[in-house]
Design a protein around this ligand. Structure first.
Ligand code: ADP
Ligand code: MG
Length: 639
């Protein structure tokens, strides 16, 4: 095809598709519009995760016939007058593109009546064309109904995930706004069932109860600092996902890595590895000290003084935990202690993940899943031969958040034994590790930061991430055992596990998958399940509340569809736990043992979460780094 300019319609449809990515993004825009319209109640109802229908009804200011006609046009807004107003935005919307974009990719019906007005209007838009504007009866307020989303953009439609996953995104969006606006009665229903409903009576605690359930609500601690308020959970009430860390800036729900980091940092070591608290934290900053105009879809913000905001949040949460006796006295507080001032590389990685994720239930959180909750820690770290059910040993080998490098508190390997422990790099190889089938021939040179094995290869040099390698080995052993016999072990006493609204919804959608993994669980109430049997891998029975993490696992962004995939994701998460893998020898064994076990793996090159186990720096790259072919040497070789 020759290069040509796209016509206006094509350009607009492409742009609209970028604003509305999935049902949840439409829901988000519609709920924001209702809030901006001063609604005191908002009812959200979706069908089939929003793929079949979305309806958002409010009792807000409504629109006149002329206003609603304008509202669905491109770049029409009643919220800002011009570019100057962008510096101090007080409303949630301001781009004037949402209604236009939604109605460009669906059949959209807006029924509205202005406050104090005596008539209502119904306006129907089909894929960008206004097909009807007619008088209609309706109380004051607005209802927007969206059907046939992406009906004319099959590529978009195909990109949608399962109904359960799409609903999960909707649920997150609506929950966030319900938590942000306790004064507004927000309800959410799915396929005619009510998922949650808040009263609009202004108490955040009540909203937390509605959305997260009793167990979580009871564990919440009020935060009340300088321009920072909200609730955070007791360090033992956690989940395997950052999903429940909700942060708000000037009442706007935001995805802010620095704010989440601040909350997590406040907990310090009180949080078990890979566990995340519930938090609903509101931060106030002057409107002109924050830019909310960063990205139309992702709720990102940019602060003029990020460090100051961050430390305000950290201090407020710390104080709250401290006041409740949940932070140890004498533990270093704030950033004053030098030991705390280290640069933590895994945080940087998380930030990046936050930034790219369009959803927070996304990648980057697949590491450990076993509930770190109420486990006594005395025997943590106890070495070999831990009894199968001794969950405390689960936490013995600390795994870093998001499974990335964290030299300080990750499992520390003993120094290489005997001849392998070469300290001088110029010595002749005292021992060459056995020849491998899959791995290249290696000569181990030593260890770096107790984290990486450094080895020479014929081509150059390799670094092996011990933890990632260990996970890969454990994972493949678990996998083999599980394929052999996906066992289930009955609990002596059934255990009741309380669920959040989200988890409860997921339980409904994924009960079969749980069953096939070995969980025997039944609903015991609206928001709780009774677990009678748990998966048994090797000799270890898994803790019943792992069920929650499994539910979360099934709706991660890299969505796993088949039961086999679900089992796989679970096993990948469990592979960091020696007590479950029954594998203590590796963590205590020699580097050679690890390398030959890794070599035996079907895929030795990546940990089960996809991170590399081995990084190679070949001779050419080394030569290039040292500029050995620098023209100044006039072609002379240096060696
Ligand atoms: P924005 O929210 O950025 O202004 P939208 O396309 O979302 O852009 O909405 C366009 C306009 O339509 C809004 O500025 C507002 O005047 C009006 N509007 C949209 N939804 C509602 C609603 N639920 N109640 C009242 N007015 C609404
Ligand atoms: Mg809007």
């Amino acid at each position: 095809m020759p290069i040509r300019e796209l016509d206006d319609e094509a350009v607009r449809k492409i742009a609209a598709g970028e604003v509305v990515e999935r049902p949840a993004s439409a829901v988000k825009e519609l709920v924001e519009n209702s809030l901006d319209a001063d609604a005191s109640r908002i009812d959200v109802a979706v069908e089939a995760g929003g793929t079949d229908g979305i309806r958002v009804a409010d009792d807000g200011v409504g629109m006149t016939r002329d206003e609603v006609r304008l509202a669905v046009c491109e770049h029409t807004t009643s919220k800002i007058g011009g570019a100057d107003d962008l510096d101090a935005i007080a409303t949630l919307g301001f781009r004037g593109e949402a209604l236009y974009a939604i109605s460009a990719v669906s059949r959209t019906t807006v029924t509205t009546r202005p406050r104090g007005g005596d008539s209502g209007t119904e306006l129907v838009v089909e894929f960008g064309d206004v097909v009807e504007v007619a008088p209609a009866g309706r109380p004051e307020g607005t209802t927007v109904e969206v059907t046939d989303l992406f009906g004319q953009t099959p590529a978009r439609r195909k990109f949608l995930k399962t109904e359960a996953t799409e609903f999960d995104h909707v649920n997150r969006v609506v929950s966030r706004y319900a938590l942000a606006e306790p004064d507004v009665a927000v309800s959410l229903s799915h396929d005619g069932r009510e998922v949650f409903a808040t009263t609009g009576q202004g108490d955040l605690e009540g909203v937390i109860l509605s959305v997260y359930g009793r167990e979580v609500a009871e564990s919440m601690i009020p935060v009340d600092g300088e321009g920072v308020s909200g609730y955070v959970s007791h360090p033992e009430t956690t989940r395997s996902t950052r999903e429940y860390l909700a942060t708000y800036v000037n009442a706007r729900s935001v995805t802010s890595a620095p704010l989440r980091e601040a909350v997590l940092d406040a907990y310090g070591t009180q949080l078990a590895p890979d566990r995340y608290p519930f938090a609903t934290v509101f931060v106030e900053v002057p409107a002109d000290a924050v830019d909310v105009n960063v990205h139309p879809r992702k709720h990102e913000v940019r602060f003029d003084d990020e460090a100051a905001v961050r430390s305000r949040v950290e201090r407020a949460v710390e104080d709250a935990l401290f006041d409740h006796g949940l932070l140890r006295k004498g533990a270093p507080r704030g950033k004053s202690a030098p030991a705390e001032a280290e640069v933590r590389p895994e945080r940087a990685e998380q930030t990046a993940i936050d930034d790219v994720a369009t959803s927070e239930a996304s990648t980057g959180e697949h590491a450990a899943s076993v509930d770190g909750g109420s486990v006594p820690s005395e025997s943590a770290g106890a070495g070999g031969g831990s009894p199968a059910n001794d969950r405390s040993s689960v936490h013995g080998s600390a795994t870093p958040r998001a499974g990335s490098a964290e030299p300080a508190d990750r499992q520390s390997w003993p120094a290489p034994r005997g001849v392998e422990a070469q300290t001088t790099l110029d010595a002749e190889p005292a021992v060459t590790t056995p020849t491998f089938d899959r791995l290249p021939r290696l000569r181990v040179l030593g260890q770096l930061h107790d984290t990486y094995v450094v080895a020479e290869t014929d081509d150059g040099m390799v670094l092996i991430d011990q933890h990632a390698a260990d996970e890969r080995v454990n994972y493949e052993r678990l996998r083999a055992a599980f394929d052999d016999d996906p066992g289930s072990q009955a609990l002596a006493e059934p255990v009741v596990v309380e669920l959040t609204a989200r988890e409860s919804e997921l339980f409904g959608a994924h009960a079969e998958a749980l069953d096939s993994l070995g969980f025997r669980a039944e609903r015991a109430g609206d928001r709780s399940v009774e677990v009678r049997a748990v998966p048994a891998v090797f000799s270890a029975a898994l803790p019943p509340d792992l069920l929650r993490d499994v539910l979360t696992e099934v709706v991660r962004e890299r969505e796993v569809e088949s039961v086999a995939d679900r089992a796989d994701a679970l096993l990948a998460d469990l592979s960091c736990y020696p007590s479950i893998t029954g594998n203590t020898s590796l963590t205590e064994g020699s580097i050679n043992d690890l390398l030959s076990a890794l070599d035996d793996c079907a895929n030795p090159y990546a940990c089960p979460h996809g991170r590399p186990t081995i990084v190679e720096v070949d001779g050419d790259e080394l030569a290039a780094r040292f500029e050995r072919d620098y023209p100044g040497h006039a072609g002379r070789r240096l060696d």
